[in-house]
Design a protein around this ligand. Structure first.
Ligand code: FES
Length: 177
C-alpha cells in the first residue's frame, strides 16, 4: 500500500472513530437529560406552584350585579400536575355584606366535605345547609353550634378588574373551633 493510500485510510478511521464517539456522547447526553429533567422539574415544581397559587381567575360575574343574596358562581381554570393537565371547576357562594364588601364562600362542608347550598332547607331559611348530616352555617359562613361542622366555611380571596369579579384558585380557612 502506498503512503498516500495509508494516510487516507487513517483519516477515514479517525473520522469513523470520531463519529462513533460523538454518537455515544449524543445518546449518553440524551439519556442523562431524560433522567435528570424530571427530577429537576419535581424539585422546581413547588416553586412554580407557589407562584401560580397567587393567580386570580376571572368569573362571569360583574361586580355591579352582585347583591346581598348569595349566588352560586362556577369558574374554571387549567391545572398542570406534573405532566397531567386538567380543567378544574370551582364553585363559590358570592354576595355583598351589609358594608358592601364581597364575600365568596366555599361550598365544601367542613364536616365531611359534602356540598352546602344557600337557602335550600325549609327548616333553615337564609342559612347554608348541608344535606349529608344536617350541617348548618350562617350567611357569613360561620358554623351553627349544635350541628356537625366544626368550623366556618373557607373563603376565596377576590379581586376586581374592569368591573369583573376574579377569585383565587382555592378557598382558604378563616379559623375554626
Ligand atoms: S358533611 Fe356536611 S354535615 Fe356532614
Amino acid at each position: 500500500m502506498s503512503k498516500e493510500k495509508q494516510s487516507g485510510k487513517e483519516k477515514q478511521d479517525i473520522s469513523r472513530r470520531q463519529f462513533l464517539s460523538y454518537s455515544i456522547m449524543g445518546v449518553g447526553g440524551f439519556m442523562a437529560a431524560a433522567t435528570v429533567m424530571p427530577m429537576l422539574r419535581m424539585a422546581i415544581d413547588p416553586v412554580l406552584k407557589a407562584e401560580a397559587s397567587g393567580d386570580f381567575i376571572a368569573t362571569n360575574v360583574k361586580v355591579d350585579e352582585i347583591t346581598t343574596e348569595p349566588q352560586r358562581v362556577d369558574f374554571n381554570f387549567e391545572q398542570k400536575d406534573g405532566w397531567y393537565e386538567s380543567t378544574v371547576t370551582q364553585t363559590a357562594w358570592v354576595y355583598k355584606d351589609e358594608n358592601g364588601e364581597i364575600v365568596a364562600l366555599s361550598p365544601i362542608c367542613k364536616h365531611l366535605g359534602c356540598t352546602v347550598s344557600w337557602n335550600s332547607s325549609d327548616n333553615y331559611p337564609d342559612k347554608f345547609y348541608c344535606p349529608c348530616h344536617k350541617g348548618v352555617y350562617d350567611k357569613d359562613g360561620t358554623n351553627v353550634p349544635g350541628t356537625p361542622p366544626r368550623g366556618p366555611l373557607d373563603r376565596y380571596q377576590y379581586q376586581i378588574n374592569d368591573g369583573v369579579l376574579y377569585l383565587s384558585r382555592r378557598a382558604s380557612e378563616v379559623g375554626g373551633e
